[in-house]
Write a protein that binds this ligand. Structure first.
Ligand code: GLN
Length: 488
């Protein structure tokens, strides 16, 4: 019985909680039991927060008893280790932030707490969200619940794995180049990246500020939609936060795809390295959407090939600047025994940062240095504009763009750790959405070799409702829904 509670969607759980057939405390117990049994294998979590869930569950039960009906009352959630939660150790998967307890809570998280959610714990991720497999975590790699010898994707791999393994009903992740959509695809759950500016970045430990967005992992499109709507909306604490109302992401999203035009970019469809099994699953998904009355049209995103190169200049450039604040004085690790302040600074960073972070800081610093700025950074920004224009052109011919989320299914642990370039290629289908600031969702669309495949839907700026509408119509018609993995 208690295990059944860990398989529910938010919608189902909400109903049971409101009817009084289960309590928020029961929800916590069921999840904690499952975590105790499975997480030693999956390793989705870095730390647990009983001090929060005990209080939050008691409060939720009290409110339910009083007849309150907040949308997430009693719903257990997990939070990626890059989102600050007041008093809870938050480390961005890094040693440099070990012991850091933020004095404030990220707006996106606070809004879910206000809606009644219970926090189970902090999930593992690649250090400072740099990576595609969660193997860059400075703690340990997370494993894919569908095959423990494989990666869950990244950087939000812990959050994706937690939702896939029934160790949380909802989890938050962040997506700078694909880190919500790609792990969602590899773990067989729903993951959504909103339009840049839709969700506040206040309290998010920055990687690349012009690309980062916070978004949900869920086991149904409905759940992702509701959670996203709750997190969205203006926040005076984030200067890039939009004034558009959060609830608009739900506009008409249940209307189906009849009469919609879905663009299939040839550069994405035939992307280098796409596995035949992934392509077959996407073909089948397109057929389902056509059967529902959508029309598929050929479109082109001609600068796709340059996207990866531009991303790997812009993201490291921004990261080298954002990570300058980790100086061993203000937060976390501090090598105070150093002979002088410069040595303290250097020693702290040498010890605190892992290999991938150092690589990006060096790349970024180089690209921004005088004499190279124009050749690399400025050039990359120009390419970014061209990519944005590609999407603008494509959206003249279609309402949404559909493709695979990842060219491959989950790969074995260690398969790409020695070859950063092959790791970077994991995001070739997702990072265009970040460079252009667009909303995108990945929904499960069957399997290849027994491993989950994700269908990506990208929509025009502020068109979350359009992406959700396509994803939901597909989910409903295909009956392919996110399953909970039994792991062991
Ligand atoms: N894998 C990409 C990178 O390493 C994207 C990461 C992300 O979206 N946070 O930069």
């Amino acid at each position: 019985m208690t295990d059944d509670l860990t398989r529910l969607t938010v919608k189902e759980a909400h109903r049971l909680l409101r009817l009084g057939s289960v309590s928020a405390a029961d929800m916590v117990t069921a999840h904690v039991e499952r975590i105790e049994r499975l997480d030693p294998h999956v390793k989705a979590y870095l730390r647990f927060t009983p001090e929060l869930w005990e209080k939050q569950a008691a409060e939720a039960d009290r409110l339910i008893h009083e007849g309150e009906s907040r949308p997430l009352l009693g719903i257990p959630i997990a939070i990626k280790d890059v989102l600050c939660v007041r008093g809870v150790e938050t480390t961005a998967g890094s040693q440099i932030l070990k012991g850091f307890r933020p004095p404030y809570t990220a707006t996106a998280v606070q809004r879910l707490f206000d809606a009644g959610a219970l926090m189970l714990g902090v999930t593992n991720c690649d250090e400072f969200a740099m990576g595609s497999s969660t193997e860059n975590s400075s703690y340990f790699p997370t494993r894919n619940p569908w095959d423990l010898e494989r990666v869950p994707g990244g950087s939000s791999g812990g959050s994706a794995a937690a939702v896939a393994a029934g160790e949380a009903m909802i989890a938050l992740g962040t997506d700078t180049g694909g880190s919500i959509r790609q792990p969602a695809a590899l773990c067989g759950v729903v993951g959504m990246k909103p339009t840049y500016g839709r969700v506040s970045r206040y309290g998010l430990i920055a990687f690349a500020s012009s690309l980062d967005q916070v978004g949900p992992f869920a086991r149904s499109v409905d759940d992702a939609a509701v959670v996203l709507s709750l997190m969205s909306g203006f926040d005076p604490l984030d200067a890039t936060s939009s004034e558009r109302p959060g609830m608009e992401v739900l506009n008409n999203y249940g209307a189906g795809v009849k009469g919609m035009r879905l663009g299939v970019p040839r550069e994405y469809y035939d992307v280098k390295g796409i596995e035949p099994g992934v392509k077959a699953a996407i073909d089948a998904a397109l057929a389902v959407l056509r059967m529902q009355g959508a029309e598929t049209v050929d479109v082109s995103l001609p600068h796709t090939d340059y996207g990866l190169a531009a991303y790997y200049i812009i993201a490291p450039a921004e990261c080298s600047s954002n990570l300058a604040r980790f100086d061993g004085v203000r937060y976390g690790l501090s090598e105070v025994d150093a002979p002088n302040i410069t040595e303290q600074y250097l020693e702290t960073r040498r010890k605190g940062f892992g290999g991938e972070v150092l690589r990006r800081v060096m790349l970024g610093t180089y690209a921004l240095s005088s004499g190279y700025y124009d050749a690399y950074y400025l050039k990359a920004q120009k390419v970014r504009t061209l990519i944005k224009r590609d999407f603008d052109e494509a959206f003249k011919k279609c309402d949404a763009i559909v493709s695979a989320t990842s060219p491959t299914v989950a790969f074995p642990l260690g398969a790409k750790t020695q070859d950063p370039l092959s790791m970077y290629l994991c995001d070739v289908l997702t990072l265009g959405g970040n460079l252009a600031g667009l909303p995108g969702i990945s929904v499960p669309c069957g399997t290849s070799d027994g491993l989950p495949v994700g269908l990506q839907v990208l929509a025009p700026q502020w068109g979350e409702n359009v992406a959700l509408r396509v994803a939901r119509a597909y989910e409903e018609a295909s009956q392919v829904t996110a399953q909970v993995a039994d792991v062991v």
